[in-house]
Design a protein around this ligand. Structure first.
Ligand code: ADP
Length: 470
């Protein structure tokens, strides 16, 4: 059953049911066209949104995965192989639906495959039982990797999953679920509900029968999910959340400038800045600022912003028009205030945003996370370093932090004081490595445990001490 034709896909079902792989029951449902952010005339596919009734039915149909841990691991490994074999289709849908460049698309596929294999193995080590039914709510910025990682962890522990992908990227989720089913995950253990966050997502997380929620998205949504779970039949039902950040990097006067510039460019502008780990706030030591900025602007002039299908492209579009106009409004305000230091050319059709550098006095000036290719810069003097660290901690977020310095004592002192989940020393501040460098934040940035880490899958189980809900 080929749901997505890579040239022009169609997806017309609201729900993947237990009875059949896919049942089109779109009575009354209006198909929603999913558009390519780079080429507005390219309609990637159609999707019919699920309703709250579908949510209730999906939760009724969900059955925890009744297979041995060894069988589950085998099936998840088979799924990882199917992901690799179907890379062409997966990349096509990632590029057309989410605007991923080849570099980003390949990295995302690798991460999804790593999650499947890693969690398959961690599932074998568990001595605790599955919790029941997990709601997995995922974002559009890693529509394959995060979506797959959440599901794989919940399934590895033997749960049933009802997954709701982001409204911007339901088609990638459809291809992924098709491959997971093809690998042998029962349809009662994995159902997909494409739908809106405020209706379908909200109905799913407030269903008292679910046994936990795995969420990645904004801090505000995580807080509302936390409230919605208050009436859950099981008061111990966990919310495992990965949320936003206001990520900073410090570049001091001993940093290697070429390396620091390359890493700032990658951290701030790769994936068009649409990574939770992306660099938002660069603190630059004043005595090297002139030289550093000249090099940075030169490197920015080399960036190609454009169609993700082209291999030369460094920065693709942002996810949709609403994201684009919010970021552009933010840049316009900064420009009016005379704070835009640098920007580079971008195509005028498609949801492109020029990579832009904005001057601020410090991280406290960042009132929210701007999820695009926008880098803020502030200067500091050596004796102000402690204040910089205090200001970063005061945001309450704590996802990623980078430092470029060749003073070991300074690196140690700064990283020891920061409350942050992932630290990057003298390298770019992007992503994580499943297994060896798990990813997750502190404070407003997440609940832990870290995704891709050894303790993650256990969070999807019930310890013997906990009561089983009735
Ligand atoms: P983003 O800024 O990444 O769009 P969101 O937190 O809005 O962040 O979205 C992340 C995921 O959460 C998406 O799948 C979205 O549909 C879903 N979502 C949004 N609002 C809610 C809600 N109230 N309850 C459950 N899920 C929601």
């Amino acid at each position: 059953l080929d749901l997505i034709d890579t040239q022009r896909g169609k997806f017309r079902s609201r729900r993947w049911t237990a009875e059949a792989l896919m049942v089109a029951k779109a009575e009354g449902g209006q198909p929603k066209a999913i558009k390519n952010p780079a080429l507005p005339e390219d309609q990637v596919g159609d999707v019919v949104w699920a309703t709250s009734r579908d949510v209730s039915q999906a939760v009724s149909d969900a059955k925890p995965w009744q297979a041995t841990a060894e069988e589950r691991a085998q099936i998840l490994r088979r799924a990882s192989n199917l992901y690799e074999e179907n890379f062409g289709e997966l990349f096509a849908v990632l590029a057309r639906e989410a605007g991923k460049t080849p570099l980003d698309g390949v990295a995302e596929l690798r991460e999804a495959v790593d999650f499947l294999r890693y969690y398959a193995n961690r599932g074998l080590e568990l001595e605790r039982e599955a919790r029941g039914i997990f709601a997995c709510i995922s974002p559009w910025n890693f529509p394959l990797a995060i979506f797959t990682g959440q599901i794989a962890a919940a399934l590895a522990a033997g749960n049933a999953v009802v997954a709701k992908p982001a409204e911007q990227t339901p088609l990638t989720a459809c291809v992924a679920v098709r491959l997971l089913h093809e690998a042998g995950v029962p349809t009662s253990a994995l159902q997909l509900l494409p739908g809106l966050g405020k209706t379908v997502g909200a109905a799913l997380v407030s269903d008292p029968r679910i046994s936990g929620v795995c969420f990645t998205g904004s801090t505000a949504t995580a807080l509302s999910i936390n409230k919605a779970m208050a009436d859950n039949a099981d008061p111990t039902a966990p919310l495992i959340a990965e949320t936003g950040g206001l990520n900073a990097m410090i570049v001091d006067s001993t940093a290697l400038p070429e390396q620091a510039v390359a890493d700032v460019i990658a951290s701030a502008f790769q994936s068009a800045g649409q990574r939770c780990s992306a660099l938002r706030m660069l603190y630059l030591q004043r005595d090297v600022a002139d030289t550093f900025l000249k090099m940075l602007y030169g490197a920015m002039d080399e960036l190609t912003v454009g169609d993700p299908w082209r291999h030369a492209t460094d920065v693709g579009p942002v996810i949709d028009q609403s994201a684009q106009s919010q970021i552009l409004d933010y840049i316009t305000d900064a420009d009016r205030a005379g704070r835009v230091l640098k920007d580079v050319a971008a195509p005028s059709t498609g949801t492109y945003v020029k990579p832009t550098v904005i001057e601020v006095s410090g991280i406290a000036d960042l009132t929210r996370e701007v999820f695009g290719p926008v880098l803020h810069i502030a200067m500091f003097e050596a004796e102000e370093l402690d204040d910089v660290v205090a200001d970063i901690n005061a945001t309450g977020y704590g996802l990623t932090f980078g430092i470029h310095s060749r003073i070991d004592d300074r690196i140690e002192a700064v990283t020891r004081q920061l409350t942050v989940g992932n630290i990057y020393v003298n390298r770019n501040q992007i992503g994580a490595v499943v297994g060896s460098q798990p990813f997750g934040g502190e404070g407003l940035s997440g609940t832990g445990p870290k995704a891709g880490g050894p303790r993650y899958v256990a969070k999807f189980t019930r310890s013997e001490a906990e009561p089983v809900s009735s």
